[in-house]
Design a protein around this ligand. Structure first.
Ligand SMILES: [Zn+2]
Length: 203
């Protein structure tokens, strides 16, 4: 399957990442990334970003998978081309984008012309489904404020927020607090709340 995709890190305007030429459809790629980060790197998305995104500017023919070494163009094939893409340069050859956020994977469907749909979020930490009637707790979703682009761009979802927002402001980040039983529910609620905030800013 030669479905192209981009393996990316979040940025203030969207994402930056390298091209991967095969097996880019979510059914294959999401399980691979969850296994890579949950099981092989103990949830350390930053380490995986450094090792699999930033170190390979020419991109991958095939990502490493359990037992298979993978092949990149820069190191395996010794080519010096640059195939780094952002939300502005990702084209139709890359219908899927996988953004490695601090706490979760965001899957984006590239619709072309610079627009993307959020096709799902997957937490690095596996959590059990909440029982019906489970108590709600407060979660903080950290995100870059975006004004002219509908990219869902939540970087991290954290339980039990304190009031320490000063460092977020220094980093040009914003946060929103939602009440939910699980981190997965909190992510969904935060996406909806941020979209409403963006809509209000537009009108
Ligand atoms: Zn390489």
């Amino acid at each position: 399957m030669i479905t192209g995709s981009i393996l990316a890190a979040p940025t203030p305007t969207g994402f930056i990442g390298c091209a991967v030429d095969t097996l880019g459809q979510p059914g294959a790629r999401v399980p691979l990334l969850l296994d890579l980060i949950r099981n092989q790197h103990h949830g350390d998305a930053a380490a995986v970003t450094a090792r699999y995104v930033h170190d390979h500017p020419a991109g991958w023919l095939m990502l490493p998978d359990r037992g298979l070494p993978g092949a990149c163009y820069c190191h395996t094939h010794h080519r010096s081309m640059n195939r780094t893409f952002t939300e502005r340069t990702a084209d139709a050859r890359h219908p899927w984008v996988y953004v490695l956020n601090a706490t979760h994977l965001t899957v984006l469907r590239n619709r072309g012309n610079g627009t993307f749909n959020n096709a799902g979020d997957f937490l690095w930490a596996d959590e059990p489904a909440a029982d019906p009637g489970a108590p709600l707790r407060a979660w903080r979703a950290v995100y870059y404020p975006l004004h002219d682009c509908a990219l869902p761009n939540i970087l991290a979802i954290e339980p039990d927020p304190d009031d320490g927002d000063a460092e977020l402001i220094v980093a040009c980040l914003q946060s929103i607090t939602v009440d939910a039983a699980t981190a997965a529910d909190a992510l969904l609620l935060a996406h909806a709340a941020i979209a409403r905030t963006a809509d209000q800013a537009d009108h």
